[in-house]
Design a protein around this ligand. Structure first.
Ligand code: NAD
Length: 414
């Protein structure tokens, strides 16, 4: 049966509400997105014809602050998936204790089939269509799958032109030249490292000399390999869409990165041996970081893993039916809504700087990011201890409690 991302989020929300005894009225409220906007996005293609794309912007909850969440361009995007991702953002921003609600957006398109001009026209028209929802105090988009700083710059420019005022606080993940933040690029990976260090300390495993496996060598997995190696770990295997490589002595992340720049994949890297990704999962190690796709860790993979710890850099990398297997096998999982919160935390810093009109230096961003991630980890770990549940259930529980507290404090309008 195809997976239903919204049904999966509802399951997690129901579990968290039950676990923490949240007021049933508030629980019911969180089972519905606040608003779902579907738009058609007509675009004049380079050959003169008009193509009509479908787009969405969903606000799940905005009680704790303006809606926050990325925009993805992908052929498989639909309202159900965008709504699920928006709800996850409500919970992720609550775990990181940021003054934001949860949103997500998407346009069903294959950006690889679009020229640069078509992509720009699509972005600007989509921004125009969802404009009633946007603004620094209402909804602040960021990059997601297949969108980047350039797309955010077009969005910010379109909003600013339409409003007649410069609005750098309307989006995050912008280029530095127009008010982006320093240290945004590696923020997700840095947050993953903070969680990894904290989890190793809590589990009493020495970090230096320990072995790590990373799935994915992209914007998150690539910098992560450097950061883990510089923390003293051995990155013994890495996979990407093209294949997997392993080296029991540790892969050289600099050489691997050069190889990926030159060839587009980790496959064929001379500093390690080629292995099947399926075999990679069975390698003995202390840390596994899925940093590629959703649903990478299935029950079958969970049975094969020879690790003590999984830190989820990707969104939704573990299927719901793999969780019980990991629990039974005493493999600790630092869940995505905690582990990859470094990205949205850096986005919060960018939003704050844009609104202050004052750019922080790199050390300030890095220090504040580390502190925030450490605080989030400590809060989730304490909740997991107090309730004797997995870190995942604890993170959802903590998030829902924080959102419920805000809803109760504000009361129900009118
Ligand atoms: P990316 O596109 O830059 O990199 C994805 C990597 O995954 C690539 O190396 C790709 O080859 C690999 N991959 C794709 N299919 C694969 C397969 N079948 N097997 C093995 N590897 C495969 O993406 P990214 O920005 O690094 O994001 C990775 C994950 O982290 C996603 O789940 C994303 O939602 C999540 N995430 C990213 C950020 C961020 O700041 N970029 C923040 C939070 C969460």
């Amino acid at each position: 049966m195809p997976r239903d991302p919204w049904a999966e989020v509802l399951e997690r929300i129901d579990d968290a509400a039950k676990l923490t005894g949240v007021d049933p009225d508030i629980h019911r409220l969180l089972r519905h997105p606040k608003r779902v906007l579907e738009v058609s996005v007509p675009v004049r293609m380079d050959d003169g014809r008009v193509e009509v794309f479908l787009g969405w912007r969903v606000h799940h909850d905005t009680t704790r602050g303006p809606a926050k969440g990325g925009i993805r361009f992908h052929p498989d995007v639909d309202a159900n998936e965008v709504t699920a991702l928006a709800a996850n953002m409500t919970l992720k921003t609550a775990v990181a204790d940021l003054p934001f609600g949860g949103a997500k957006g998407g346009v069903r398109c294959d950006p690889r089939q679009l020229s640069l001009h078509e992509l720009e026209r699509l972005t600007r028209r989509y921004a125009w269509e969802i404009m009633p929802l946007l603004g620094p105090d209402k909804d602040v988009p960021a990059p997601d799958v297949n969108t980047d700083g350039r797309v955010m710059a077009w969005l910010m420019d379109t909003i600013s032109m339409a409003q007649g005022v410069d609005m750098p606080g309307a989006v995050t993940g912008k280029p530095l030249a127009i008010g982006g933040t320093r240290a945004h690029a590696g923020a997700t990976s840095s947050g993953v490292v903070v969680c990894t260090r904290a989890a190793f300390a809590a589990l009493d495993i020495p970090l230096v000399g320990s072995r790590a496996i990373i799935q994915g060598f992209g914007k998150v997995g690539g910098p992560l390999a450097f950061l883990l190696a510089s923390a003293g770990m051995r990155v013994v295997a890495v996979s990407d869409v093209g294949g997997a490589v392993a080296n029991a002595g540790g892969l050289d992340p600099f050489a691997l990165s050069d190889h990926v720049d030159a060839t587009g994949s980790v496959a064929g890297f001379a500093g390690g041996e080629a292995i099947d990704e399926a075999d990679m999962w069975g390698l003995e190690c202390e840390l596994v970081v899925p940093a590629a796709l959703a649903d990478a860790i299935t029950p079958e993979v969970a049975e094969r893993l020879q690790t003590k710890l999984i830190v989820e850099a990707a969104n939704g990398p573990t299927t719901t039916d793999a969780d019980p297997v990991l629990e039974r096998r005493s493999i600790t999982v630092v869940p995505d809504i905690l582990a990859n919160g470094g990205g949205v935390t850096a986005s919060y810093f960018e939003w704050a700087q844009s609104r202050q009109g004052y750019a922080w230096d790199e050390e300030t961003v890095a220090l504040r990011l580390r502190r925030r991630m450490e605080e989030a980890f400590t809060a989730v770990w304490a909740k997991s201890d107090a309730l004797s549940v997995s870190l995942r259930r604890a993170a959802f529980g903590l998030a829902i409690e924080r959102v419920a507290e805000a809803i109760a404090a504000r009361g129900l309008f009118p």
